[in-house]
Design a protein around this ligand. Structure first.
Ligand code: ZN
Length: 477
């Protein structure tokens, strides 16, 4: 059987990634460099990500709203750090309706500025707080080096923007949404994450504190998969958003923002997929099981009829399945196609199986095959979907743990990271100069300072000064 035309990971990981994304029909290149077309396979996955997260946001008290794509350029300039951070990536619209605009508009790179200019109108008193809003939208960041899903000039995301009466309440919200992201990454994407705080160098432009989730990809690099920011009063001050407290004082409002994007699809590809194509966790798969009846003209009706009978209750039982009974493709071709697209289970039913009252179920993640009697098919499929979801997480967790090193030896770390990437738990004094040194010497960044970190006296791996805890350092996307 001809295998997929994909560059093996061991040969060229970057090319493998592109091959998988293109051939499994997740996305395609667009006429504008750096943009992408998200194909139905990719968009279906995004819709499942959206549905799941949207429910979680609503369960935690948030509502959806929509703010405009175009932001007056002057808005961006109101928060000094914010404009400095985003200026190099801005796409600016200067003409419309055949005329030069009086004030250029920026295509939103993120919506803090337009949202806080609006919140100014909505907030007067403590009674107007909190505001808990989320937006599903596209954003534009003019990136020089792009890669499908991981870094594109236009991408889809959600951005939460909340307003609070106190710093503590904003901090609680920031951590709550970080928890939602962690839950989603681990329990739906089957992707274990380190959860922590960004350094000042790595934090969001305009934030007091940025928290993040950081999983390891199969090339042992980190992917920043989601961030949650406590913005303090920075944006309220920039847009002069004040409220009257219960005590009658006037104070600036406290803010948070948090987001995940279509980058998560790149994360699913890089965390689980293999040299034969996509591997998608069952909870996010658009199709969880594909039936491939094996028939000829004489027995086609009998065999496909049996498949329909066996799956009669599946819709009600919540199993997402498809029957591929196309007669213009051979079974072997179909096997390859669904393997490439990452459907977790393949179920075969041929004439011999029919005689023996059984089907053959094949797992996408392990290639294991098992014959199952008709009466046990439904329950076995349900069990296997749970097993695959759990196994993918365990496999990714073991992989991460096997490639995370606790070290105090800078030379070892630089050499090992240069050869084979990896995560490093290192002591760091907290100084920017040492952080810059990691970047210069090994393209390594501090991914996060883990939450609830174990306190341990040590010496900075770069300069030898005192440190009280270890941080996670790695090369990243
Ligand atoms: Zn140091």
């Amino acid at each position: 059987m001809a295998k997929q035309n994909i560059t093996p990971r061991a040969e060229d990981y970057a090319q493998w990634y592109i091959d998988v994304v293109l051939q499994s029909k997740l996305a395609d290149y667009a006429p504008v460099k750096g943009c992408m077309v998200i194909r139905p396979n990719g968009y279906g996955l995004w819709e499942n990500i959206q549905k799941t997260l949207d429910e979680m946001f609503k369960e935690t008290g948030h509502e959806n709203a929509y703010f405009p794509l175009l932001i007056p350029e002057s808005f961006l300039k109101k928060e000094a750090e914010h404009v400095e951070g985003f200026a190099p990536e801005l796409a600016v619209m200067t003409h419309a309706g055949g005329k030069k605009l009086e004030e250029p508009y920026v295509l939103r790179p993120t919506s803090e500025t337009i949202i806080w200019s609006t919140y100014k109108k909505w907030i007067q008193s403590y009674r107007d707080l909190p505001i808990l809003i989320n937006q599903w939208a596209n954003v534009f960041r003019w990136e020089m080096r792009t890669r499908l899903f991981l870094r594109t000039t236009e991408f889809l995301w959600q951005e939460g923007h909340t307003a609070h009466a106190t710093f503590e309440e904003a901090e609680e919200e920031t951590l709550k949404m970080l928890g939602v992201y962690r839950n989603f990454a681990e329990n739906f994407m089957a992707m274990p994450v380190y959860v922590g705080k960004k350094t000042n160098k790595e934090k969001f432009a305009g934030a007091v504190t940025t928290y993040c989730i950081e999983p390891m990809m199969q090339d042992k690099k980190a992917l920043q998969a989601g961030t949650s920011h406590n913005l303090g009063q920075n944006f309220a001050k920039a847009f002069d958003v004040t409220f009257q407290t219960k005590e009658g004082k006037l104070e600036h409002v406290f803010a948070t923002s948090w987001g995940v994007s279509t980058r998560l699809i790149g994360g699913i590809v890089m965390a689980h997929s293999d040299d034969n194509g996509l591997v998608i966790p069952p909870k996010l798969s658009v199709i969880q099981a594909v039936w491939i009846p094996i028939f000829n003209k004489d027995n086609q009706e009998k065999i496909t009829g049996k498949v329909k009978e066996l799956t009669q209750t599946w819709k009600n039982e919540g199993i997402k399945f498809k029957i591929d009974d196309r007669d213009n493709y051979k079974p072997g071709w179909k096997f390859n196609e669904w393997e490439l697209q990452g459907v977790p289970l393949r179920i075969e039913l041929g004439p011999k199986d029919l005689e023996q009252n059984q089907v053959v179920i094949a797992r996408r993640d392990t290639n294991e095959k098992v014959a199952v009697s008709f009466e046990n098919v439904t329950q076995t499929v349900k069990n296997l979907l749970v097993t695959i979801q759990n196994d993918l997480f365990t496999k990714a967790l073991n992989f991460r743990n096997d490639n995370t090193f606790v070290t105090d030896d800078y030379k070892f770390m630089l050499k090992k990271s240069d050869e084979d990437n990896g995560f490093y738990k290192i002591h760091w004094c907290g100084n920017r100069a040492c952080e810059d040194n990691l970047q210069e010497m090994g393209k390594i960044t501090i991914r996060c300072i883990p939450l609830n970190n174990e306190q341990e006296n040590g010496k900075c791996i770069v300069c030898g000064e005192a440190s009280k805890e270890r941080v996670i350092a790695a090369k990243s996307y």
